[in-house]
Design a protein around this ligand. Structure first.
Ligand code: ATP
Ligand code: MG
Length: 458
């Protein structure tokens, strides 16, 4: 089968060692695509829970779309001359029917497709959010992966600046609730297509006067997508870019009014920002408000969240024209920044670890743990070796390693009296005591309440 994803470097070639027959070689994950293991996965769940709570409190509802979409959706939606469509998409031909498909590189186009396909705007605007993996064939490095994860919020069908502001404030609140610091907001307006056209003509004229300093990529984009040239990281071009005509000077009254209305709401809510006239974003679909949340603490992968208005995308994807605005954050980058700042909660072990000296006690262990779990406690049962349950010593070792706060010992003598032994595995959590089985839920609830907080926050 033809592979449209050109292999870009030596490292990308599948590694094979001659020693073992192909069938027995250990396989590893695709480069730039990571397994997410415990305990780190607990941080992902913690973040996702925070987001779910916040979205629900803002009346944004969850939407899930397929990971694979028709390639045409992205070519049409994102724009042909964008980094993503030109070189980052995982596109392939379905072997069975020849359909051209792409692993989604972002989710907005798919959300819009779904909204149009299901006529979701028939009774008014919709506020939606999503979480999930995205795929881009980029050079893997810290904060940049080939499978990465985004959480996004989209408000479709609302034309007003107040919804742009609502979304920006929502993101700012999320940083606050996560305990994230050192994030600044950059804001710009891209105006409307006619204003962009006038600016574009002036920009091309300016850049043409400085042909000699333009690099190859800029020359190539001069007539196809000159706005993106402003985004260049090439130091040799900074002066020319700096002196280029600014889009904001081409905005008409209505666009300026929209921009000022967004700013007024941010000001009134004490959200600080910097107007960055060079902020253009990577996709073609934006108009009016665009914004990014950036940090200096993640090197060149410093954008943790980006978004803006995309009033023409719905029509472009085949729907009845309707305005929309949204943002997406990069989960890996947000978590990396939280880690960098020591703001990630400590992963917690279970509340209790059940020590089972004799397999005969198992029926009672199951019943007891079921009760504790139904009360919201987390309980881990000791698992045997295949030749019995293992020595008390080895069971205590496992209990310790689990990070549990209490051991419950289901010893034969105690069980004969309908009791279990409750032993604190950490300092300051009380003496070892025998508790009647009927009192156990109460005794544990009390003790867990006393010594809960930091560990429990995951
Ligand atoms: P960048 O300029 O860093 O390439 P982008 O403009 O391509 O970012 P968007 O398409 O706006 O990014 O995606 C929104 C967010 O998703 C980014 O701000 C970033 O946090 C995250 N993101 C984008 N690409 C990747 C990637 N390859 N790996 C990890 N996170 C990513
Ligand atoms: Mg990118």
């Amino acid at each position: 089968m033809r592979d449209p994803n050109t292999v870009t470097s030596e490292n990308d070639k599948p590694q094979a060692t001659a020693a073992k027959p192909l069938k027995q070689q250990a396989l590893s994950a695709v480069k730039g695509m990571n397994d997410l293991l415990p305990p780190a996965s607990a941080h992902w769940e913690w973040l996702e829970d925070k987001v779910r709570g916040l979205m629900t409190r803002h009346a944004y509802r969850n939407l899930r779309t397929p990971i694979v979409e028709p390639t045409a959706l992205f070519v049409r939606g994102l724009g042909e001359v964008t980094d993503i469509v030109e070189k980052e998409m995982y596109s392939f031909e379905d072997r069975l029917n020849g359909e051209l498909l792409t692993l989604r590189p972002e989710a907005t186009a798919g959300v819009v497709r779904a909204v149009v396909e299901h006529n979701m705007l028939y009774d008014g605007g919709k506020r939606l959010y999503y979480m999930g993996p995205m795929f881009r064939h980029e050079r893997p490095q810290r904060g940049r992966y080939r499978q990465f994860h985004q959480i996004g919020a989209e408000a479709l069908g609302f034309p007003g600046a107040e919804v742009d502001a609502e979304l920006i404030l929502l993101a700012a609140t999320l940083w606050q609730e996560l305990g994230l610091q050192d994030v600044r907001l950059e804001l710009n307006s891209l105006g409307q297509p006619s204003e962009r056209a006038a600016h574009r003509a002036a920009l091309i004229a300016h850049l043409e006067q400085h042909q000699d300093v333009l690099d190859e990529e800029a020359k190539r984009r001069l007539h196809s997508n000159p706005l993106r040239i402003l985004d260049t990281k090439n130091p040799a071009m900074q002066a020319v870019v700096e002196a280029a005509p600014k889009l904001i000077d081409f905005l008409g009254e209505a666009s300026l009014a929209h921009f000022n209305a967004v700013r007024a709401i941010l000001d009134a809510n004490a959200v600080s920002y910097r107007v960055n006239p060079r902020l253009v974003r990577g996709m073609d679909y934006y108009n009016l408000t665009v914004f990014e949340f950036v940090t200096d603490r993640l090197g060149s992968q410093g954008t943790i969240c980006g978004g803006g208005r995309y009033d023409y995308l719905i029509e472009q994807v085949g729907g009845k024209p309707a305005p929309a605005v949204g943002w997406a954050l990069g989960v890996e980058r947000v978590l990396e920044l939280l880690k960098e700042q020591g703001a990630l909660p400590e992963p917690a072990g279970p509340d209790v670890y059940a020590i089972v000296p004799d397999a005969l006690a198992l029926p009672l262990v199951f019943a007891t743990l079921k009760t504790l779990r139904s009360l919201g406690m987390s309980a881990q049962m000791h698992a045997g070796t295949g030749e019995g349950m293992g020595s008390m010593k080895s069971q205590f070792k496992k209990a310790d390693a689990s990070g549990a706060r209490f051991a419950l010992i289901f010893g034969g003598d105690e069980l004969a009296r309908a009791e279990v032994t409750l032993k604190a595995l950490r300092d300051g959590q009380g003496e070892q005591i025998c508790v009647p089985l009927s009192d156990l839920p109460h005794a544990l609830t009390q003790r867990l309440a006393v010594s809960s907080t930091p560990l429990q926050s995951v």
